[in-house]
Design a protein around this ligand. Structure first.
Ligand code: FE2
Ligand code: FE2
Length: 291
């Protein structure tokens, strides 16, 4: 059995001095202002620290974090997030895929997190990490967007690379996990959606994957998209730093336990986190996915 821990959207507190005059005429000013007014009151470092301590006690084989580590892509935020990532363990055991809040400095500006993106640095996404019988395929949807938009885009070049990559990993009999920030499923606000989600779904329907892990919505969701032989489950983890009794569901994380079963796989998802009213972190439920 291979055991992953998945959490998302930690929105780490922005260090003092993150906002600089250079960002004043960019969308980053709006994101900074939004962080100060709203998000800093909802996302708490002590909540995130409790979640990561609970994850550590689970002793996962690997940790997947699906984006929005920071808030307005400031240099100081990238550096602080790097220090936080170092605290989670060996970078080879922790994989990050970026979110829209990590991408305001431009596509491909994730160099400070290079060791957590892939094993050998390449200059493009998707990136893949193979561990045991599991292939973690990171699709980047983080692109700079206009003010008031939180959309994401895979882009044609990335989607063209994704299909053959999935074919090759599938031919090797690996359990293919798509780690992506924005939901690939329809629905939700167009202002926050994945703009080329239909094209991504077409790639997945043709080439296949066994599981999708995503974030961005800050609410727990279980959806599915079509694969070549059946549906591909899409599991959304809410924010790992959202305080209980706040605007969105309280912080939680998922243990994802993957085991080969005959011709297919069995996946058990263990949900742990804070109850809506607070209190200590506890088991919130579990379910099985037959893949
Ligand atoms: Fe987020
Ligand atoms: Fe997001």
């Amino acid at each position: 059995m291979y055991r992953l821990a998945h959490f998302s959207d930690p929105h780490l507190p922005s260090p003092p001095g993150s906002m600089t005059p250079a960002y004043a005429l960019t969308k980053r000013l709006l994101s900074w202002s939004s962080w100060r007014r709203k998000r800093s009151k909802q996302h708490k470092r002590e909540v995130l620290d409790a979640i990561t301590a609970d994850v550590a006690a689970y002793h996962p084989d690997h940790l997947v974090i699906t984006g929005d580590l920071i808030n307005f892509s400031a240099d100081k935020e990238f550096a602080a997030a790097r220090t936080w990532l170092e605290s989670l363990g060996d970078a080879r055991d922790v994989t990050v895929t970026p979110g829209n809040h990590d991408a305001l400095a431009g596509r491909g500006a994730f160099d400070p997190w290079a060791e957590w993106l892939e094993d050998k640095t390449t200059d493009c996404f998707p990136k893949v990490r193979i561990r045991d019988e599991v292939a973690i395929v990171c699709v980047n949807t983080g692109v700079p967007t206009a003010p008031l938009l939180a959309t994401g885009t895979c882009g044609q070049a990335q989607l063209e690379r994704l299909g053959p990559m999935l074919d090759e990993l599938g031919a090797r009999g690996l359990f293919r996990i798509i780690a992506i920030h924005h939901p690939p499923t329809p629905g939700g606000s167009p202002r926050k959606a994945l703009t080329d989600q239909a094209a991504l779904r077409a790639v997945l329907e043709k080439h296949g994957a066994e599981l999708i892990l995503h974030g961005h919505t800050h609410v727990p969701l279980l959806g599915a998209v079509r694969g070549p032989k059946g549906s591909i489950p899409a599991v959304c983890a809410p924010s790992a730093s959202q305080k209980p009794a706040g605007k969105n569901p309280a912080a939680r994380w998922h243990g994802v336990e993957v085991e080969r079963a005959g011709d297919g796989w069995t996946v058990r998802v263990v949900v742990r986190g804070f109850a809506p009213e607070g209190g200590p972190i506890r088991a919130l439920g579990q379910y099985r996915l037959d893949v």
